[in-house]
Each structure stands twice: as structure tokens, then as C-alpha cells.
Design a protein around this ligand. Structure first.
Ligand SMILES: [Zn+2]
Length: 131
């Protein structure tokens, strides 16, 4: 499973575009590859058409292996080692029942199943990354 997704800013770890950065335009999870803005450009020869001017050689992104990409942390600006943090902030506070007592709790598992959105974090600076 990849921890990258569309819209992430990534840096290229190896190959021709090593060190360059770009934004993920499209993910191909089943191919373990992605299209990244201005990365892994290949030349296409295009016939001149009314919709496509000027004619000639155009450069397009080609899919690059996810293994060659690393997410860039917006805070420390470095390729991030990604961790996953499960937040407990989304769980609602315990509701007060009549007379200010805590309302009876449901089964212990109920709260865990509901709350706990997963966030990707930079292991270097602990900053949450992306959405
Ligand atoms: Zn960071």
C-alpha cells in the first residue's frame, strides 16, 4: 500500500529526474506508479491540428514508479518519512446525562470504531501532511 496520493508534492529519489520536485497529477495504484508534474517527461510527436498548435514535439509526463518518489514535508521541506497517526480528536466528548452524570457508555469497542481518523505525519517534524 502506498501512502502517496493525488495532489501530494513529491521529490524524485532516483533516475533521470533525481532531486526534482512536482505534484502528483494522477495515481496508478495498480501499477504502483504516478504521473508527476514536470517529472519523467517524454517527447511526443504530434500532428498539427486546429486544436493542437503549434505542431511538433511536445513533452508529456510519463508514469514514474512510486518507489522512486518520496513525499515532501511542507514544514521541514525535506523528503519525509511518513508515519500514520490516529487522532482521537474526532471522537465526541462524553455526553453528560441527567444530573450531570456521565451517560451510560456503549460497548467499549463502539468508540474506537467510530473515532480515530488516520493522518499522515512527517516523522522528522511530526507535522501532519496533506489531507
Ligand atoms: Zn517534516
Amino acid at each position: 500500500m502506498t501512502r502517496l496520493k493525488k495532489g501530494d508534492t513529491v521529490t524524485v529519489l532516483s533516475g533521470r529526474d533525481r532531486g526534482k520536485r512536482g505534484k502528483i497529477l494522477t495515481m496508478f495504484p495498480d501499477r504502483e506508479a504516478a504521473l508527476v508534474e514536470r517529472i519523467n517527461l517524454v517527447k511526443h510527436f504530434e500532428r498539427r491540428t486546429q486544436a493542437n498548435q503549434p505542431s511538433g514535439i511536445v513533452e508529456r509526463e510519463a508514469p514514474i514508479a512510486l518507489a522512486k518518489l518520496a513525499l515532501v514535508c511542507a514544514r521541514c521541506g525535506k523528503p519525509a518519512r511518513i508515519g500514520v497517526r490516529v487522532s482521537e480528536e474526532t471522537a465526541p466528548p462524553p455526553a453528560l446525562g441527567p444530573k450531570g452524570r456521565l451517560a451510560p457508555k456503549g460497548p467499549p469497542s463502539a468508540g474506537k470504531a467510530r473515532g480515530g481518523a488516520k493522518h499522515r505525519i512527517c516523522k522528522r517534524c511530526e507535522e501532519a501532511i496533506g489531507g
